[in-house]
Design a protein around this ligand. Structure first.
Ligand code: ATP
Ligand code: MG
Length: 216
């Protein structure tokens, strides 16, 4: 592993990965001059029932397929291979250790994912370890954050960045629903991901509407 000066981390359940994730990661890479963006599929939170999140290996494989053609994108197995809940702070500590102090970390999320950031485990230390990038996402306004999040953002202004990305009104939840309903998902996910979903017969069975990754 070569030394990087700026590393982006794009965490998610990626069930499945879609163009909203990719456009966000690429926007952050370009805007902040990141050498690499590491996609980090979450492990399966122990308190979730099996049916709620697809198998980690499927989510990992789809993430690899979706990122293959971008030389600046990589996929990490860190959270998948770790047992138990992965908190953001644990991931950031592990990456700082792995890459060393010369690498600046940028933790990339969509607007919805930072909604309750002030309640995350060791959230102040998270900011000490990484810049936070909140990307715009249709349906989630950064103007209506809870007071605790707004105060937290104000305290950490120099490490917290809002990133405008091309609006993609897509979610994994909607893609799962479309597959289940027999609707098209073409142009919502990269073609190899669509093929993988079809071949593995993913999302044919009903899954709960939505769940979030366990980052708090
Ligand atoms: P689900 O509907 O299952 O919650 P999702 O589409 O929200 O899926 P996640 O894997 O939960 O995808 O999201 C991973 C990260 O990507 C989060 O930080 C989320 O805010 C961000 N993200 C997801 N979709 C978009 C989008 N369309 N635009 C911008 N950011 C997005
Ligand atoms: Mg989500």
């Amino acid at each position: 592993m070569s030394k990087l000066s700026k590393l982006g981390i794009m965490g998610g359940t990626f069930d499945p990965i879609h163009y909203g994730h990719l456009v966000t990661a690429e926007g952050a890479r370009f805007t902040f001059g990141l050498d690499q963006v590491l996609f980090m599929p979450s492990g399966r939170p122990p308190h979730k029932k099996d049916a709620q999140v697809s198998d980690a290996e499927h989510r990992y494989m789809m993430t690899v397929l979706a990122t293959l053609t971008n030389p600046h994108f990589e996929v990490s197995r860190l959270e998948i291979d770790r047992s138990g809940t992965s908190y953001t702070i644990d991931t950031l500590r592990a990456l700082q250790e792995q890459y060393g102090p010369g690498t600046e970390l940028y933790f990339i999320t969509g607007a919805d994912a930072i909604f309750d950031i002030a309640t995350w485990k060791d959230c102040d230390e998270c900011l000490a370890l990484a810049h936070f990038v909140a990307a715009t996402r249709p349906g989630f306004s950064l103007d209506h954050l809870p007071a605790s999040t707004r105060q937290w953002v104000a305290r950490h202004k120099e490490r917290f960045h809002i990133l405008q990305v091309p609006a993609m009104a897509i979610s994994s939840t909607e893609i799962r629903e479309r597959v289940r309903a027999g609707s098209s998902i073409r142009y919502l996910v990269p073609e190899p991901v669509e093929h993988y979903i079809r071949r593995q017969r993913l999302y044919v069975q009903a899954l709960p509407q939505s769940r979030e990754r366990c980052t708090k």
